[in-house]
Design a protein around this ligand. Sequence first.
Ligand code: ADP
Ligand code: MG
Length: 143
Amino acid sequence: MPVEIYLTASEEETISLGETLARRLPSKAVVLLIGNLGAGKTTLAKGIVKGLGVAEPEQVSSPTFTLIHEYGPSCYHIDLYRLDREREVETLGLEEIFEKEAVILIEWGERFRSLMPPLRIEINIEAKAEDIREIRFELKADS
Ligand code: ADP
Ligand code: MG
C-alpha cells in the first residue's frame, strides 16, 4: 500500500495540506486521524472540511463532547476519545454512517479497530518539534 509523508511547520500549513488531500479523497471514504493529543488531528480535519467545501475552518470544532459533527450530507467528523468500551461505540450507529456517500473523519478510531471498515485511509500525525508535524497518509485494506 502506498504511503505518503508530509512535513508541516505551522497550523496553517496543516490546514492547507488538509485542503489538498481533500481534493484527492473519494466521495465515500473513512479516514482515521491518528496521533496524540495536540498532534493536529482536528486541525487537519479543518483543512479537509474546508477543501471539501462543506464548512469554513472556523466552524469546525473538536467533537470531543458531541462525538459526531455532521457537515451536510457528505461529511462527518467523529471523535471517540471519550469512549472506553466497544459497547459504547456500537450505540453510535457508525455502521449506518459508514454506508453513506460521505467523507467520514474519525479521531481515536484506531482504539476500536474491529469496528472500523476494513478499507480505509489512515493519516498518522506526529509532533517532531514544537510546530513541526510529520503527516503520513496511507491506504489500508485489512483482510
Ligand atoms: P488534536 O486534535 O490532535 O488533539 P489539535 O488539532 O486540536 O490536535 O491541536 C493541535 C495543536 O498544535 C494546535 O494548538 C496547533 O496550533 C498546534 N500546532 C503547532 N504546529 C502545528 C502544525 N504544524 N500542525 C498542526 N497543529 C500545529
Ligand atoms: Mg482533536
